[in-house]
Design a protein around this ligand. Sequence first.
Ligand code: T4K
Length: 396
Amino acid sequence: MARKPAVLGGKPAFNNKIYITRPVVPTMNELRPFLSDLLRRKWLTNDGPYIQRFERELRAYLEAPYCATFCNGTLALQLTIQGMKLSGEVITTPFTFPATPHVLYWNNITPVFCDIDPETYNIDHRHIESLISPRTSGILAVHIFGNPCNTEELEKIARSHGLKVIYDAAHAFGVRLNGKSIASYGDASMFSFHATKIFNTMEGGAVACSDGHLYQKLRDLRNFGIRGEEEIVDTGINAKMNELQAIFGLINLKKIDETIKKRKNLFTRYLMNLRKIPGIKFQKITDKTSYNYAYLVIEILHEEFGLTRDETFICLREEGIIVRKYFYPLCSDYPCYRGLPSAKRELLPNANMVSSRVLSLPLYCEMKEKDVDRIVEVIFSIHYHAGKIKKKLHQV
Ligand code: T4K
């Protein structure tokens, strides 16, 4: 007999809300020596010693010849596109966070939306060639939820049409593909270090690339184009990471292996138990991937589960489980993009289907195994009582 769900009058599973994520933060003991040094020296930003050290350590971790930090991932990506001089149209995915198409908009580029693979949720390379026009200058692909894109096919298409490939790797820090860091693929990769990411500097981001000219351009663009007191070489902006962010990064980078290990344990436990419930589908992680377990995403299959994603969402929120619909709505449905020819729903059937079914479940280091077990139990109880819940939710 399954427990009574909160939506039917049962006791909510969590008195204190359980969030989708909580950041890894340094302890006071870890911070203290850094902070006292920072406050004593009073060098707070503008390429200070901690930024320089953090960039060195990032380069080593990401196995990237060059790595530039930024105040957030969005500006990192926006300036990368500017630095590469992309223009006209760029092919991208509609199943992503708003930052992805918005950075194109801010570069006066039209996003061209391409449908996704219904299993991996990544841009489907099989549709790309049909979207290439004389105005196309690049492909902006997202390793969605940290799951690597089909880099081989994407880069083959790009090479044969003279296009750049930029990866929005906001979710993919710590991922490896074919035994190499995910940062080794494409012309550049952007990582977000936002508080909600598996590795954070509160806000922050970085771009990894192998082109020294692009790296220099990014350094110029993030600091007003200033090379020297009397030398302004470019129309840059202020997109610099500060010393405190770098300190967070230096401390958290030491914990990344442990972070991924803890997440893997919770992720595996979720999967093992959720598999027993009908109507739950999982993202297919690309072969030859060493995954970072950034997100635990499920698809709710209405017929078998008994409830829609939106009904399930309501039930889980009633239980104090703050699930999220990452990523709904699709970017192609935003008022600013829905008039584009590539945004038509009939052209994006898989993206529309996946976006209407997905739910991200809580996953973070501090979570206990018993929290995972409780969430799975709640999902089972919602499935078990689906008929009654449907009636309750739709009664007038
Ligand atoms: N590309 C992609 C594919 C992205 O997903 C993102 C960002 C970007 C580019 C841009 O990178 P950044 O410029 O952000 O570096 C969050 C994040 O704000 C956003 O960074 C992230 N993607 C996106 C997937 O998630 P929201 O609106 O869902 O965040 P919010 O404020 O609702 O937070 C979610 C939960 O996290 C909270 O319920 C509790 C927890 N939380 C959040 C914050 C901010 C904390 O525990 N502490 C915190 O400080 O967008």
